[in-house]
Design a protein around this ligand. Structure first.
Ligand code: CAA
Length: 381
């Protein structure tokens, strides 16, 4: 067992750290308050190799592996989760096309995603009535000559109005989960419309829209993977995506601790910095312990994925633990800041709002427990 990062992993982490500190963090408050989609930041991240950390170099990625990817997400998230969520989803789309796409699909779409040319990727799985149960989606794809015609509505689509490349799930038969197939749809395809941007509690700089497909035609070569295998592709992509959200939650928790430590050293009460009081120290001690545990869970899941061994259970455990922790960490940070934690002069109220969705998207905590329990029971059978 080796806890030391390789030189390449340190390089990616440090590149992300410097970019987060110099470019992302100074804009984070404005990005959130004014709902500014970070398109220019994504272009810059593409140039630095931060949009395709785990994508092979032959398709424009950094080819630096899953651990490096998780480290980079932690750094960007510590500065701004509105920015890191789009980074995660773009990576998820790029990895999925790299794993299941034809050579032509990889050359065309993955390179655009990781270079930042496509601005972002979008993962269009959820529907208004089908979030935790994506196999219940209504969107259809019907073959017409050498084209697929898509009809339906997708909901909560991260970066949906800006993404140049959208991976869309649609029903190609009525065979339950086995009736879903996966398609690549490019921005600007006739029949594809992005709806009203949702005014969210947190992640306000991230764009979240419904996408409507109305007789939206794509060429037959835009089928991703095999017909009827869409559900499996979604599950495989989400296993990897959950490592990204676990890493995002670690970044949020670290940011909450960092802000709290600074405040606890500056703020005085009863003649001493509040960091001298045991009440504050115990909160910090618990949060630091749990954040280190979350980091190890996330990196272990990343290590397993990188080693090409099953990691479904570990990804869900990391996502469950880290996202529940980030909410506690942000909540405690507000408590430590007292009244100042409740106003936007300090960043901790943003951390609390941003953390809230982490136990919901890419599978709620309840879904993670279903996945973990199934794997545990399989293992003990
Ligand atoms: N890897 C590979 N295959 C898998 C798999 C995995 N992790 N999990 C399931 N499968 C396969 C099964 O083996 C099964 O295959 P067979 O039919 O050939 O046996 C098939 O998929 C169906 O599996 P289940 O019977 O387990 O499916 P289910 O309907 O019971 O659902 C679930 C399982 C885990 C609850 C799943 O529906 C799930 O993960 N739901 C949550 C969805 C989710 O996370 N949505 C997030 C939206 S995206 C998002 O948030 C992105 C964003 O913008 C930030």
């Amino acid at each position: 067992m080796d806890f030391e990062l390789s030189d390449d992993q340190k390089l990616i982490r440090d590149t992300a750290r410097t970019f987060a500190k110099n470019v992302v963090a100074p804009k984070a408050r404005d990005t959130d308050r004014n709902e500014i989609f970070p398109a220019e930041t994504y272009r810059q991240m593409g140039e630095l190799g931060l949009l395709g950390v785990n994508v092979p170099a032959e398709y424009g990625g950094a080819g630096a592996g899953v651990i490096s990817y998780a480290l980079a997400v932690m750094e960007i998230s510590q500065a701004c989760c509105s920015t890191s969520v789009g980074m995660c989803v773009t990576n998820m789309c790029a990895e999925l096309i790299t794993q299941f796409g034809t050579e032509a699909q990889k050359t065309k779409h993955v390179t655009r995603l990781v270079s930042g040319e496509a601005i972002a990727g979008a993962f269009a799985l959820s529907e208004p009535h089908a979030g935790s149960d994506p196999g219940a989606g209504y969107t259809t794809a019907v073959k017409k000559g050498d084209r697929w015609v898509l009809n339906g509505t997708k909901q909560w689509i991260t970066s949906g109005a800006h993404a140049g490349v959208i991976v869309v799930w649609a029903r190609t038969s009525n065979d339950g989960n086995k009736g879903l197939s996966c398609f690549i749809v490019e921005k600007g395809t006739p029949g594809l419309t992005a709806g009203k941007h949702e005014e969210k509690m947190g992640l306000r700089g991230s764009n979240t829209v419904p996408l409507t497909f109305e007789n939206c035609e794509v060429p037959e070569e835009n089928l991703l993977g095999k017909l009827g295998e869409g559900f499996k592709l979604a599950m495989i992509a989400l296993d990897g995506g959950r490592i990204g959200i676990a890493a995002q939650a670690v970044g949020t928790a670290r940011a909450a601790i960092e802000a709290s430590v600074k405040y606890a050293k500056d703020r005085k009460a009863f003649g001493s910095p509040i960091g001298d009081f045991q009440a504050i120290r115990w909160m910090l001690a618990d949060l630091q312990t749990q954040t280190s545990a979350a980091e190890l869970l996330a990196l272990r899941a990343a290590f397993l994925k990188e080693s090409k061994v099953p990691f479904t259970r570990e990804a869900s455990m990391a996502k469950l633990f880290a996202s529940e922790l980030s909410n506690r960490a942000a909540d405690r940070a507000v408590q430590i800041h007292g009244g100042y934690g409740y106003i936007d002069e300090f960043p901790v109220e943003r951390y609390l709002r941003d953390a809230r969705v982490q136990t919901i998207y890419e599978g709620t905590s309840e879904i993670q427990r279903i996945v973990i329990a199934r794997e545990v029971l399989k293992q003990l059978a």
